[in-house]
Ligand binder design. Structure first.
Ligand SMILES: Nc1nc2c(ncn2[C@@H]2O[C@H](COP(=O)(O)OP(=O)(O)O)[C@@H](O)[C@H]2O)c(=O)[nH]1
Ligand SMILES: [Mg+2]
Length: 431
């Protein structure tokens, strides 16, 4: 029999449930995640997949009853909704500070890292000053500068004046930088000509191809980097807008993350026409290397930009924009990534096409790592022309809150797909 007391208890439970659902609700974001039935309790299984299972995951093709323009606009709505939320530091993570600027502070095994040319001295100082001002003045993490040539004394002395941590200068051995001997010159010429006909940026600049290959799969083998586990990549002339007080590297370490990013974009499909087919061949032979909780849908979405996915033969071209990234180099050094990179290198697409380090890192992370180990640094305000990540936070200045780029570039934004397909409700509540 239902007594008044029991009814009261039931009522209280219903009210609490409703309150929980309300407080946990983020409008559309909540609905998307509910639709996918991924929630607080959605723990993935960690069992190796068979070839068929892997291929099934990668043939993802949601029916979408609308045009891709409609989807872009819907996704930008989601993007703006997420950005509209006021954020501060991550709420549910372990954070480490050095508020007293103690010299005793124990650093993580990490370096700020940039590949840069002597002629970019002014631009690199421009960026270093912002990294110091918004973050590193509290920690004094070391910097590693990489170059395919010797750095000039002027370069070295100038950057040392603007950095609060130790500076290391690494000259890249030509075996790591130059085009490998197995590249077929005729095939390369034909490939470059095709890219040039299609107005692909940097197509005929061999140093750009070298740079992409080096950043994709070689930098972490440099002698000067062997001692480090973590890196934060930065580029000349980029901006950092927000003050971050906690240790970014320890955040990664203490919260079990492998890869951190700020911006996610589409690539020019012509630069990576065969990257996905070559990768599929590799994983057909090595299905065990694929992580069962990979970011498969983000990698293969065909709805928002169907032409791109078709032209890239099944790869959405969505990638983490790697001119900013914080990551664990041991992930690249381990077998799943490094063996796959060797297969890519052997194929030669870094020269026959223009495979970039951003899609290569992203496919590698998306296939071989658990997506829960990928972190979107919502709180790091960042700009590399023409795109930005500018959160709605009191900690940021000099950028327009919620800004991505000019609206005609909205269809270049992939972050909504990451949010919709790969983030859990709990991930979204982290800030
Ligand atoms: N040392 C060196 N650095 C390079 C070279 N080419 C590109 N970089 C660096 O590689 C990064 C990416 O190059 P960038 O010109 O910014 O390419 P984009 O961002 O794709 O337009 C930047 O940090 C550049 O300074 C090169 O030939 N030598
Ligand atoms: Mg750049």
């Amino acid at each position: 029999m239902l007594t008044t007391k029991k009814l009261g208890g039931l009522f209280l439970c219903l009210v609490l449930l409703a309150l929980f659902r309300h407080s946990a609700s983020d409008g559309k974001v909540h609905n998307y995640l509910q639709d996918r039935q991924i929630g607080l309790w959605g723990k993935p299984r960690n069992v190796a997949l068979s070839v068929d299972q892997v291929m099934n995951h990668l043939n993802f093709d949601v029916e979408y009853n609308g045009t891709s323009d409609e989807l872009v606009s819907q996704n930008m709505g989601l993007y703006k909704e997420v950005y509209g939320k006021k954020i501060d530091e991550p709420k549910t993570a372990k954070l480490t500070y050095n508020q007293l600027h103690s010299v005793e502070y124990e650093l993580a095994n990490a370096t700020l890292l940039t590949l840069v040319r002597n002629k970019e001295l002014e631009d690199i100082v421009f960026t270093i000053r912002q990294i110091e001002e918004t973050w590193n003045h509290q920690f004094h993490y070391p910097y590693t500068f990489m170059n395919d040539e010797e750095f000039t004394e002027e370069f070295k002395q100038t950057v040392k004046r603007h950095t609060s941590g130790e500076c290391y200068f690494a000259v890249i051995p030509s075996a790591m930088w130059a085009k490998p001997a197995h590249i077929d010159a005729t095939k390369q010429k034909q490939g470059v000509a095709k890219l040039q006909d299609n107005k692909v940026q940097y197509a005929g600049m061999e140093s750009y191809h070298n740079m992409c290959r080096f950043n994709s799969g070689l930098f972490y083998h440099l002698e000067e980097l062997k001692k480090f586990k973590w890196y934060w990549r930065f580029e000349p002339a980029t901006n950092y807008f927000c003050h971050v007080d906690y240790d970014i590297f320890k955040f990664m370490e203490d919260n079990n993350k492998t890869y951190g990013f700020t911006i996610s974009l589409y690539d020019d499909p012509l630069t990576v026409e065969t990257l996905w087919p070559v990768t599929l061949d590799y994983i057909r032979a090595n299905p065990h290397s694929v992580n069962p909780n990979g970011a498969f849908k983000w990698l293969t979405d065909v709805n928002q930009n169907p032409d791109i996915t078709k032209q890239a033969n099944g790869y959405s071209t969505c990638h983490f924009w790697s001119n900013f990234e914080v990551a664990n180099m041991d992930f690249y050094r381990d077998e799943p990534y490094s063996k796959w990179f060797d297969a890519l290198d052997k194929n030669g697409g870094f020269y026959y096409e223009r495979w970039g380090d951003a899609p290569v890192h992203s496919i590698g992370v998306g296939l071989f790592e658990d997506k829960s180990k990928v972190h979107w640094f919502r709180d790091i305000g960042y700009h590399h022309s023409p795109y930005s990540n500018c959160p709605n936070s009191e900690r940021c200045s000099r950028c327009k809150k919620g800004d991505f780029a000019n609206s005609e570039l909205d269809n270049q934004n992939c972050l909504s797909n990451w949010i919709k397909y790969e983030m859990t409700f709990k991930d979204l509540q982290q800030y």
